[in-house]
Design a protein around this ligand. Structure first.
Ligand SMILES: [Zn+2]
Length: 370
């Protein structure tokens, strides 16, 4: 449908490509969080702090990554991964490539907006009492803190009281309107998807509309230009007569740029790793493999050649050779009548069958007749 309605514009990516891009962007964060948490268990000293500030750490990382890709390829990381780039809707002198300002505005929407939204979501969860409030209504919502400090006198207390009441009002407004804002956010995204699919707009998201940028497929000319430029050398064309410091800085920059280009392969791999772990822990497969082996049975006790012979009929007592009454076991594992074995052990201090050293206290009463 997307292709039928897309019309003659070959440079316009289909909705499926756009949705795939957005989905991939959403998967990167949990994948990295999972990998970090796995390693935080192993190296808690360094990584627990990263895990606690995961969203900020992720935003900082993505700022680096997205800046690199926007500067060198004119696209966000996922857009470049799917062979698309951002272009200006309004060209400046026939050139529609991104300006510096476009790049920074793009970064604000690519990195800042998701971070802010995630933080606000958490705040809303905390203030509104979380799942319980959402499912069961206002009765379970978190109450405003009682204004105990109001009892104090003096101008400082008055100011504090006024601040507290302002805060309470702000909290109430936030709780009331955030859900609506959230709804509007998702509705706008969906609306743009539908409009994009029916070719009513060239922007696949409201943010791109605000920025005045479109996402277009890379053309053959784009690929040729990229090849000619080589891998991310735009900022590295340093003169050969630089100082040692500049040479070092150049090397570090080149290594960093190389690493960021390698992310093209690494980040999708981490998604597959994450998906694999998810499947692994959800399926029964790993439980079958990890099942603890059944411990081998203990060695059977060996009758001593000089000891009593064990009767063929296992229900007989080896000492009196009659059916056992009141069965009791020596530590060797053989079972006798309690009076017989007690009398023997008290006298000889050994098990009558194996001649192993045995004390009367070692005899165990059996409550289920063996
Ligand atoms: Zn007996």
């Amino acid at each position: 449908m997307s292709d039928m309605l897309g019309g003659a514009d070959a440079g316009k990516p289909s909705l499926f490509e756009i949705v795939a891009q957005h989905k991939m962007g959403g998967l990167l964060e949990p994948a990295l969080r999972h990998v970090t948490s796995v390693y935080a268990h192993r190296y808690p000293r360094y990584l627990v702090r990263v895990l606690n500030w995961h969203e900020e750490a992720y935003a900082a990382l993505m700022l680096l990554v997205e800046r690199h890709y926007l500067r060198n390829y004119g696209a966000s990381f996922t857009e470049h991964f799917y062979g698309t780039k951002r272009v200006r809707t309004r060209t400046i002198g026939g050139d529609n490539s991104l300006t510096r300002a476009d790049m920074w505005r793009s970064l604000a929407f690519l990195v800042g907006l998701p971070l802010a939204k995630s933080r606000l979501d958490q705040l809303y969860d905390r203030l509104s009492g979380g799942e319980a409030a959402r499912l069961l209504g206002d009765a379970f919502a978190a109450r405003d803190r009682p204004a105990e400090e109001a009892a104090e006198a003096g101008p400082a207390a008055g100011l504090r009281q006024r601040l507290a009441s302002v805060r309470a009002v702000a909290t109430r407004l936030f709780i009331r309107y955030y859900a609506h804002a959230n709804f509007a956010y998702h509705a706008a995204t969906l609306l743009y998807y539908v409009a994009y699919m029916f070719d009513r707009t060239d922007y696949n998201s409201p943010w791109l509309h605000i920025l005045g940028l479109q996402v277009r497929r890379l053309s053959a000319a784009d690929y040729r230009a990229m090849d000619a430029r080589g891998p991310t050398t735009s900022s590295l064309a340093a003169p050969p007569n630089g100082t040692a410091l500049r040479a070092t800085r150049n090397l570090v920059a080149r290594l960093l740029a190389g690493g960021l280009d390698a992310l093209k392969a690494l980040l999708p791999l981490s998604i597959f790793f994450y998906r694999f772990l998810e499947w692994w822990y959800r399926s029964d497969f790993h439980r079958k493999i990890q099942q603890a082996p059944v411990p081998p049975p203990p060695m059977p006790p060996r009758p001593h050649p000089d000891g009593l012979a064990v009767p063929e009929d296992q229900s007989l007592c080896p000492i009196c050779e009659k059916p056992r009454t009141n069965p009791a076991m020596a530590p060797s594992g053989y079972v006798f009548c309690y009076p017989c074995i007690h009398r023997h052990v008290a006298g000889a201090g050994t098990c009558p069958v194996t001649l192993a050293r045995t004390r009367p206290a070692d005899i165990r009463k059996l409550y289920t007749d063996a």
